[in-house]
Ligand binder design. Structure first.
Ligand code: HEM
Length: 422
């Protein structure tokens, strides 16, 4: 895949040797390779396409333990290699700006303080009150292609929905939201590739956010940015830079993930017609239960985040049978852990009604996804509305023709062509 460092596929290998990682076939379906790793090399040191060496953790129990281990730092300065200085770790172009100091790059006590402040503004109640607006955005996007009988669900639906939703929630005026759409498009297209454009997009976004925060401070409203400015804890507030970094990480962490939840989720439903019919029938009866467990199952079965973000050992850490030396990067493979047969019965089966489902799709421990309520809301409204308004929606390409993005952390489709009766 151009720009990703992925290799073309290797010839078939016997089952006893490790299947190749980071090839085209792997990007399309990494699950067989992860099953092999879980079985034969559950904590495995490998060289990533970028050339950086890192440990992959693939078993559920090990993954949960690693995600909660305070000796694994999120601060890239703990990496013994040069990767963070050469820009191969973290968000390209971000380092020159204070946006770097966001939740996913810091440890306690700073993390505790910032997370507590943002939690006061980004509450489940704020998200629940946002539901009518998410429904309106969802319907408006479907209106834009419903008469045509065909669409690319990634570009025309999954991509714009979360960006408009988070802009609305933050309080970005509607006339500026298309700028955000362009910047976000730049980041998703070039996330693992050319750096110049991304650096420029991040810089513009930072300038815009700082100015917006400045304006809001003079005229507080009931949007999330005003909430971030207002939030205080024991007399402490977010500085303008901290508020900008927080708005940025909310956008950045909440964007491509949600695109992939809608894209991977719809794709899984289209490939599993029996499950899709059950869901459509249950929605037809006005029930929400299967939709709720179904979105959790889609997060487990083919979740948006393939690998959790970087962690670095600040002390020697034993995970499973492996001794991780100080300074080594650890990548927890959520996609592998969530199909561990030691934790999930029928691990490769999509079962929307699955009850016992403590998946790691939103992470675990102190960095557990703060946007989970919003992600669930958007995922549920998006999938339910598509299935209800376009009941005969079907895939308009062979599965082998679909292209997957080759980035390291995320797992998602580049396009999802569908057709339906207008
Ligand atoms: C953290 C997944 C949507 C904001 C995380 C983590 C995961 C995750 C796995 C932990 C990463 C780690 O520990 O390395 C997802 C998925 C989503 C989603 C699968 C969609 C389906 C969102 C949304 C927002 C958001 C909509 C905000 C609007 C964040 C933030 C963090 C985070 C700020 C960092 C929390 C911290 O470090 O304390 N997310 N996320 N996410 N997520 Fe999400």
């Amino acid at each position: 895949l151009p720009g990703t460092g992925y290799r073309r596929d290797m010839p078939d290998q016997p089952e006893t040797t490790m299947p190749p990682l980071f090839t085209w076939d792997f990007a399309a379906d990494p699950y067989p390779a992860y099953a092999w790793l879980r079985e034969h090399a559950p904590v495995h040191r490998t060289t990533l396409p970028s050339g950086v060496e890192a440990w992959l953790v693939t078993r559920y129990a090990d993954a949960r333990q690693a995600l909660a281990d305070g000796r694994l730092s999120k601060n890239p300065l703990h990496h013994s290699g040069q990767a963070h200085r050469t820009g191969r770790v973290g968000i390209p172009g971000e380092r020159q700006a204070d946006l770097m100091t966001h939740l996913l790059n810091i440890d306690p006590p700073d993390h505790t303080r910032l997370r507590r402040l943002v939690s006061k503004a980004f509450t489940p109640r704020r998200v629940a009150e946002f539901e009518p607006r998410v429904q309106q955005l969802t319907d408006r996007l479907i209106d834009s292609f419903a008469a045509r009988g065909s669409a690319d669900l990634i570009h025309e639906f999954a991509f714009p929905l979360p960006i408009y939703a988070i802009c609305d929630l933050l309080g970005v005026p509607s006339e500026d939201q298309d700028d955000f759409r362009d910047w976000a498009g730049m980041m998703i297209r070039h996330g693992g590739g050319p750096r110049g454009g991304v650096a420029r997009a991040v810089k513009r976004m930072r300038g815009y956010l700082l100015e917006l925060i400045h304006r809001k401070r003079a005229d507080l409203g009931d949007d999330l940015i005003s909430g971030l400015i207002r939030a205080s804890d024991h007399g402490e507030h977010l500085t303008e830079n901290e508020a900008a970094a927080m708005a940025f990480i909310l956008l950045f962490a909440g964007f491509e993930t949600t695109v992939n939840l809608i894209g991977n989720g719809m794709y899984a439903l289209l490939r599993n017609p029996g499950q899709r019919t059950l869901l459509q029938e249950s929605l037809g009866r006005g029930e929400q239960g299967l939709l709720a467990t179904g979105v959790e199952e889609l997060l487990r079965y083919d979740g948006p985040v393939e690998l959790a973000t970087w962690r670095f050992a600040t002390a020697p850490v034993r995970i499973g049978a492996a001794d991780i030396p100080v300074g080594d990067p650890v990548l927890v493979v959520l996609a592998a852990a969530d199909r561990d047969p030691d934790r999930f019965a029928e691990e490769n089966t999509l079962d929307l009604a699955r009850q016992d489902n403590p998946h790691l799709g939103f992470g675990h421990g102190i960095h557990y996804c703060i946007g989970a309520p919003l992600a669930r809301l958007e995922g549920q409204r998006a999938l339910a509305t598509l299935l209800t308004r376009l009941p005969d929606l079907q895939l308009a390409a062979e599965p082998e023709e679909l292209r997957w993005r080759g980035g390291l952390i995320m797992r998602g489709l580049r396009e999802l062509p569908v057709s339906f009766t207008p």
